[in-house]
Write a protein that binds this ligand. Structure first.
Ligand code: AMP
Ligand code: TRP
Length: 326
């Protein structure tokens, strides 16, 4: 049997190349090797303030973008998390075996704690994430560094559930991409490229027009000196650009350093920009060619199939805890 993997992405804001390099590219590649299940995690996105009409649109646009980057509904189970109520059901069951102290240690929660709009959903967010993964009994989860702690919690909950109620869940492993696990901001190479950064110049959107994108690379912050070399301590700006270049051009970093060492920062940055433009053009084209009704149909079909699979899995969970039908 092929190993199952699950991953999810929130439909908030516009996706950027950090999301592509750190997450979505892996999603696409894994379709070749695994039984893949992907979610637009709309329930997670409700933990921060939102406008329902905007929310509905960004949910659809996120699904459309996933299809545009190459998530293939013929090979992956793709759906909106909220359309399969079993995620919420399992969240409740798992919350009854989760320690409050354990949740209070979650770094992402601590970072968000104290801001306006504090709510219980933000606190129990990692339990819903654990449920996403465990409801399908998956074996592996591709996530960036920032989600590592949540995956640890998931592993812990799987083990705790199994030791209390019998072997039900596989304990999921983490899959990390080899290069570019973290794409840094173009304006501050010591900070992660992020959709919440107030500076639009700090990130490259997957749907940015080529000219907008070229301008962002031209104004990217570089380091002192003028030699292009791969050195995260001395040259974080250039190193970040080298990793992006390597990813989009499909070339090794050493090879690029050989070619651009003495080219000067300006020429190097425009070469990086061209490689990124070339890599993103097919995505923009596919995005434009998909229509909303088609995306909605694909998402409904995914949810239907997922409900069947999740129901089968949840029957075992209910039996194990004494909530079986008879
Ligand atoms: P977020 O945009 O924070 O909701 O993250 C969605 C997915 O993209 C997660 O798997 C993150 O780990 C990944 N991700 C987000 N920002 C970056 C980044 N700058 N570099 C690499 N991966 C990222
Ligand atoms: N919390 C993840 C993020 O913000 C998204 C997510 C929700 C997820 N459920 C998941 C990722 C399950 C992997 C597996 O990026």
């Amino acid at each position: 049997m092929r190993q199952r993997v699950f991953s999810g992405i929130q439909p908030t804001g516009r996706l950027h190349i950090g999301n592509l390099v750190g997450a979505l590219n892996n999603w696409v590649r894994m379709q070749e090797q695994y039984d893949t299940i992907y979610n637009v995690v709309d329930l997670h996105a409700m933990t921060v303030p939102f406008d329902p009409d905007e929310f509905k649109k960004s949910r659809l646009n996120t699904a459309r973008l996933l299809l545009a980057v190459g998530v293939d509904p013929a090979r992956s189970l793709l759906y909106y998390q909220s359309q399969v109520p079993h995620h919420a059901e399992l969240t409740w069951i798992l919350s009854t075996i989760t320690g409050i102290g354990q949740m209070e240690r979650m770094t992402q929660f601590k970072e968000k704690a104290g801001r306006a709009g504090q709510n219980m959903g933000l606190f129990s967010y990692p339990i819903l994430m654990a449920a996403d993964i465990l409801v399908h009994r998956v074996h592996a989860v591709p996530v960036g560094d920032d989600q590592a702690q949540h995956l640890e919690l998931t592993r812990h909950l799987a083990e705790r559930f199994n030791s209390r109620f019998g072997e039900v869940f596989p304990v999921p492993e983490r899959i990390t991409p080899e290069i570019g696990a973290r794409v840094m901001s173009l304006q501050d190479p010591t900070a992660k490229m992020s959709k919440s950064d107030h500076s639009d110049a700090s990130r490259v959107g997957l749907l940015d027009e080529p000219d907008v994108l070229r301008k962002k690379f031209r104004s990217a912050v570089t380091d002192s000196g003028r030699e292009v070399s791969y050195d995260w301590d001395q040259k974080p700006g250039i190193s970040n650009l080298l990793e992006l270049f390597s990813f989009f051009a499909g070339r090794g970093i050493d090879d690029l350093v050989d070619e651009y060492a003495d080219a000067g920062y300006g020429a190097f940055k425009s070469a990086v920009a061209e490689a990124v433009v070339e890599g993103l053009t097919p995505i923009r084209t596919r995005y434009r060619d998909l229509d909303d009704a088609e995306v909605a149909r694909i998402m409904e079909k995914g949810a239907l199939e997922a409900r069947t699979r999740a129901e089968k899995s949840m029957r075992g969970v209910r039996e194990a805890v004494g909530l079986g039908a008879r």
